[in-house]
Design a protein around this ligand. Structure first.
Ligand SMILES: C[S@@+](CC[C@H](N)C(=O)[O-])C[C@H]1O[C@@H](n2cnc3c(N)ncnc32)[C@H](O)[C@@H]1O
Length: 358
């Protein structure tokens, strides 16, 4: 398929993590055991080890257009839902790759949380403007705080009690209990996650238990050789996911209806969920987002740069969906932004709060 600005392409989302654990009471929070800890450590080490790439290294990535497309999707979600002055919570903020998007949305306060020490340190230098490749940038306009720790296992509602409520939360991990506790009524959660439907369909089409292409592969264990999954036991369907130059981790299938009903338990109502392909089809009809796509370059710049997503990146894009949830209740706009005082305009290493032991 040829892609460009003349037709309406479809496409993707970047590489989020999904990890759901059901505890015996039937909810899905704050459950920790040894294997979870080991997994968590693996994830943190994997992301910490990924150094900040130079612009040249980044452009040489085999999934550069997929990454750019992911950026576009997140930018559209943030532009659609963040408002001037909002307090934003960026769960699994990584190296702060979305800081510029939040700045463009003119938010008033930012809190970033990530489990990977190396990533949060990169986020700090990026925010301060002292990361080499970001030196050209002016300072961000909002005060910020950074926390390092596991957003599943930590009672963020306690740690961030004086920063909350947040108006908007972005997340690439499914820490619903924490998010719900921290969002104000009417507040928004925007995110991306693997699309379980697409993954299971691809598994069923595949000859064996592995499928993929030159940029990704997914492998299910032998225990799933029948490729049948009971809707009565939707948890524990584990697979190994490899996305070239991005992810190499175990993940768990999160059926969207399960995610939706868990979200409802936490007072988060679904506004929309769209596979990335559908998302691109819909928002690439709007002039402002066409222009944004041109600038971010996932499909080339429409002029000299004729490069675009490869077929394989496009297929990998299909593995993700974008969603928006809203916290039930009437917004209380009188809760002023006093929590901004908790943030700083320059963050030193000592300011990064470690929340693992809390
Ligand atoms: C694909 S990266 C996304 C980073 C960033 N949100 C972005 O879009 O550029 C996923 C991030 O999730 C973080 N992460 C994974 N599991 C986490 C957890 N349990 N608690 C906090 N962060 C987690 C990883 O360290 C990594 O930085």
């Amino acid at each position: 398929m040829k892609r460009g600005y003349t037709e309406s392409p479809s496409a993707s989302v970047g590489p989020p993590q999904s990890r759901f654990k059901q505890n015996p009471e039937g909810d899905a929070h704050f459950l920790e055991d040894e294997s979870t800890k080991i997994f968590t450590r693996k994830v943190a080490d994997h992301y910490s080890a990924r150094t900040n790439q130079t612009l040249e290294e980044r452009e040489a990535s085999p999934i550069i257009h997929l990454k750019k497309l992911n950026n576009w999707i997140k930018s559209v979600l943030i532009q659609l839902h963040a408002r001037r002055g909002d307090a934003a919570l960026d769960l699994a903020c990584g190296k702060g790759g979305d800081l510029i998007k939040w700045d463009k949305a003119k938010i008033g306060y930012y809190v970033g949380v990530d489990i990977a020490e190396g990533s949060i340190e990169d986020c700090r230098t990026r925010y301060n403007g002292d990361a080499d490749h970001h030196q050209r940038r002016k300072k961000f306009t909002f005060p910020a705080r950074l926390l390092c720790g596991d957003c599943y296992e930590t009672r963020l509602d306690k740690v961030l009690a004086t920063d909350a409520p947040f108006d908007i939360c972005s997340c690439q991990v499914s820490a619903l209990a924490n998010i719900s506790a921290l969002l104000r009524p009417g507040g928004t959660l925007v995110g991306t996650m693997p699309d379980a439907n697409v993954i299971i369909k691809k598994l069923r089409k595949a000859e064996g238990l592995v499928f993929g292409n030159s940029v990704y592969w997914i492998r299910f264990d032998e225990e799933f050789s029948e490729k049948k999954f009971k809707s009565s036991s939707p948890f524990g369907i584990k697979y190994k996911f490899h996305l070239e130059d991005a992810v190499d981790c175990p993940e768990w299938i999160v059926p969207f209806h399960v995610f939706k009903s868990l979200a409802e338990e936490y007072d988060l109502e679904l506004v929309f969920a769209k596979n990335s392909h559908e998302f691109v089809h819909e928002y690439l009809k709007k002039p402002e987002y066409i222009e944004l796509m041109r600038r971010l370059g996932a499909l080339g710049d429409g002029n000299q740069d004729q490069s675009t997503l490869s077929e394989d990146e496009w297929e990998a894009a299909h593995l993700y969906l974008a969603f928006v949830l809203r916290k039930r209740g009437q917004p209380d706009r009188t809760q002023a932004n006093s929590r901004r005082d908790r943030g700083q305009m320059h963050i030193s290493k000592e300011d990064i709060m470690s929340i693992n032991s809390i």
